[in-house]
Design a protein around this ligand. Structure first.
Ligand SMILES: [Zn+2]
Length: 291
C-alpha cells in the first residue's frame, strides 16, 4: 500500500509551527508524508533587533527559522513559492508588485498554477489550508487559501474532460480550525485588561471578534496532546515572531484548549455540520491513482 501524503498550504514561515505544530508530528508518527507550501519569505514580520543575528534581511532570518522548524516537524519537502510577505491590509507592503497579495489580485491564475504544479508533484491525498477568513484576516493567508481552493477545484474538475488524462486529483480538502475557546479567552482577557479585542497583536491590526465571527464548522478532530513537546520545539524556532510564547500558556490550559486539532471538511462536502472523523485519512483510497 502507498503511504499517505498530505500537503499543508500556508503563507508565512511560522504558520506551520504555530498552527499545526502538534498535528504534524502525529501524522509523521502515523506514517504520513507531510509536505509544506510556504507562499512568502516573511519579509514583513517585525523582528526585534537583538534576534536578527548574522542575518542581513528579515527574509533570511525567517527562512533560517523555518529550516529549524523543519528539522522538528520532519517535512518530506518544503515548497517555497517565493512571494513577498504583504503585511496587513492597506499597508504600503501589500501594494508591492512582488507581494502575494498584489500577485493574487492581479495575476490569480499564476498563483493558482504554482499551487497546482506542486500538488501534481507531491500528489497528496489530503490538502489543508486556512479557512476563508485566513484564520485571523491576514491578506496573505486569504490569498493562499483562495489559490489553494481554486487549484484543488481545478484538479478535481478540469475544464475539459480530455484534461483528466494524467492529472493527479487529491481526494480531500480541509481548513484548519482555530479553537473557539481560545478565541473566547483572548477576547475575555483583552476586555479584562481594558484592551480593544478588535485591535490586537503587535501592530494592533488583528480583530479577534471578527476571527470568532468567521469560525467555520468543525468536522474532524484529531488527538494531538502527545505531541506538545514537538509543538514547543518547532514554535521556539520562530523566536523572531514570539516563538517561545506558547510555553507561557501552562500545560494544563494547553491540554484543555488544544488536545484536539479541529478541521473543516470542504471536500467531500459533509452532509451535516457535526464531527464525524478523527482522522483526515478516513475513507481515503491510498492506492487510487486518479480518484
Ligand atoms: Zn501567517
Amino acid at each position: 500500500m502507498e503511504r499517505g501524503r498530505l500537503v499543508i498550504s500556508y503563507a508565512h514561515p511560522d504558520d506551520e509551527s504555530f498552527g499545526l505544530g502538534a498535528a504534524i508530528p502525529k501524522w509523521i508518527d502515523d506514517g504520513i508524508d507531510v509536505y509544506l507550501i510556504c507562499a512568502t519569505n516573511g519579509e514583513v514580520g517585525t523582528v526585534p533587533e537583538e534576534l536578527r543575528g548574522k542575518h542581513e534581511t528579515t527574509a533570511a532570518l525567517r527562512l533560517s527559522e523555518l529550516e529549524c522548524a523543519r528539522r522538528h516537524l520532519k517535512f518530506k519537502e518544503v515548497f517555497m513559492l517565493g512571494y513577498r510577505d504583504s503585511g496587513m491590509p492597506g499597508s504600503e507592503t501589500s501594494r508591492h508588485p512582488e507581494s502575494l497579495c498584489y500577485q493574487w489580485q492581479n495575476h490569480p491564475a499564476n498563483v493558482t498554477d504554482k499551487v497546482k504544479e506542486i500538488l501534481q508533484r507531491a500528489r497528496p491525498h489530503v490538502v489543508i489550508t486556512f479557512n476563508r477568513y485566513g484564520g485571523y484576516g491576514h491578506p496573505d493567508h486569504i490569498a493562499i487559501q483562495r489559490a489553494t481552493v481554486k487549484a484543488f477545484e481545478e484538479l478535481r474538475t478540469p475544464a475539459s474532460g480530455a484534461a483528466l488524462n494524467g492529472v493527479y486529483r487529491p481526494q480531500k480538502l480541509y481548513y484548519a480550525a482555530f479553537p473557539k475557546a481560545t478565541i473566547w479567552l483572548r477576547i475575555l482577557s483583552a476586555r479584562l485588561k481594558g484592551q480593544d479585542p478588535r485591535r490586537m497583536g503587535r501592530n494592533q491590526d488583528v480583530d479577534v471578534v471578527k476571527t470568532l465571527e468567521h469560525i467555520e464548522p468543525v468536522h474532524a478532530r484529531i488527538p494531538v496532546a502527545r505531541y506538545f513537546d514537538v509543538w514547543e520545539q518547532a514554535s521556539s524556532c520562530h523566536a523572531s515572531q514570539g516563538g517561545g510564547r506558547i510555553t507561557r500558556t501552562s500545560r494544563w490550559l494547553r491540554r484543555f484548549l488544544y488536545s484536539k486539532q479541529g478541521f473543516t471538511r470542504v471536500f467531500p462536502a459533509p452532509e451535516r455540520d457535526r464531527v464525524d472523523e478523527d482522522d483526515l485519512f478516513a475513507n481515503v483510497d491510498l492506492n487510487s491513482r486518479q480518484t
